[in-house]
Write a protein that binds this ligand. Structure first.
Ligand SMILES: Nc1nc2c(ncn2[C@@H]2O[C@H](COP(=O)(O)OP(=O)(O)O)[C@@H](O)[C@H]2O)c(=O)[nH]1
Ligand SMILES: [Mg+2]
Length: 330
């Protein structure tokens, strides 16, 4: 495939084209991904997540520069599902990223929000694969930490950095336990602002009471940050001033330390398998649903819809009646 060959030889136009292709999904996209897949698995994927305005884009920009100083090539994927009208590409992000864009060792892409959020998570995972195959050694993925889709995207990352900033009112209230749960590293950005130390203290307290809090709410305790074996990874808290590149090399080094931890503990392999399983099952579910959906007999469906709407039948019983028709359609 010419596109794949061009991409692998470092052609940026081919890379951009392949990314657009996988973003839009479809048969050709799957062929490209199949051809690229054997070349993937080398990049370290870093998720940068947190509330809007905490400074994620600025931090990603600074972090990319810090990685370039070590000679690593960097791919940046910005996912912003909160701005469907701009397709996630905020003008501010673009302006700020401009000082990086002349560097061939950096590739920046804003993800458009197409279709469902679940679709966005899948598209993001596929774009990461393309960048990985193209040889980018570190891939930074910016997401807004609000919902399940963001947690899904974060689960694609090897290392998740949760960004907080001071001055969000009552710190303990502002920090969502669900987001804390996925943190491998916590960055308190805008450390030049008043209250940064209070935010750090609040985070330390929350980390301390994390497990019991999580257990109390009946959620799973198996989080990225802590290993069940006990002497695993304790999420470090790093203060940064992204605007002035302060603390950013420390953050970079903590990410690298986490990467080493993942490799040495065998956790990387375990996560990789988990990810492969999730990816495969998601794709399979979607394919099975698509195929079965075409088999739903239209007339019977319409009759049952009427029955449910008229309260003659409940939707579970209606589905029970349809199911054998769908499954035995051959
Ligand atoms: N004072 C201060 N402002 C910052 C810092 N980092 C980012 N900002 C500013 O915070 C605002 C939001 O930053 P942005 O990176 O767009 O945040 P995002 O929404 O999380 O991506 C911008 O005006 C930035 O210039 C910092 O370290 N200190
Ligand atoms: Mg941003």
């Amino acid at each position: 495939m010419t596109l794949v060959d061009d991409l692998l030889s470092g052609n940026r136009r081919a890379l951009a084209k392949a990314i657009t292709l996988v973003e839009n999904d479809g048969v050709e996209a799957h062929q490209v991904l199949a051809a690229l897949y054997p070349r993937t698995g080398r990049a370290h994927v870093v998720g940068i997540t947190g509330s809007p305005g905490t400074g994620k884009s600025t931090l990603v920009n600074a972090l990319a520069k810090a990685y370039r100083q070590l000679g690593y090539t960097v791919g940046v994927v910005a996912v912003d599902p909160t701005s469907p009208f701009t397709g996630g590409a905020l003008l501010g992000d673009r302006v700020r990223m401009r000082d990086l864009s002349g560097d061939p060792g950096i590739f920046i892409r804003s993800m458009a929000t197409r279709g469902s959020l679940g679709g966005l998570a899948q598209a993001t995972a596929d774009v990461i694969l393309v960048l990985d195959a193209a040889g980018f050694q570190r891939i930074l993925v910016e997401t807004v930490g609000v919902g399940q889709a963001e947690v899904d995207i974060a689960s694609t990352a090897h290392t998740t950095v949760v960004v907080e900033a001071p001055g969000l009112g009552d710190e303990v209230q502002a920090i969502k336990a669900g987001v804390l749960e996925i943190a491998d590293i916590l960055a308190v950005n805008k450390a030049d602002r008043e209250g940064a130390d209070k935010t750090v203290t609040a985070l330390q307290m929350m980390l301390g009471m994390g497990p019991s809090y999580v257990r109390h709410h009946g959620q799973t305790m198996q989080v990225h940050g802590s290993s069940p074996e006990g002497d695993g990874w304790l999420p470090p808290i790093v203060k940064t001033v992204a605007l002035r590149d302060e603390g950013v090399t420390t953050l970079r080094d903590e990410i690298e330390r986490h990467r080493a931890y993942l490799q040495e503990s065998g956790e990387l392999e375990r996560r990789e398998q988990e990810r492969a399983r999730t990816a495969l099952i998601h794709i399979l579910q979607a394919a099975v649903l698509r195929r079965l959906a075409t088999r739903v007999p239209t007339e019977q469906l319409q009759a049952l819809v009427m029955g449910v709407a008229n309260r003659e039948l409940d939707p579970y019983s209606a589905a029970d009646q349809l199911l054998p028709l769908v499954l035995d359609a051959d």
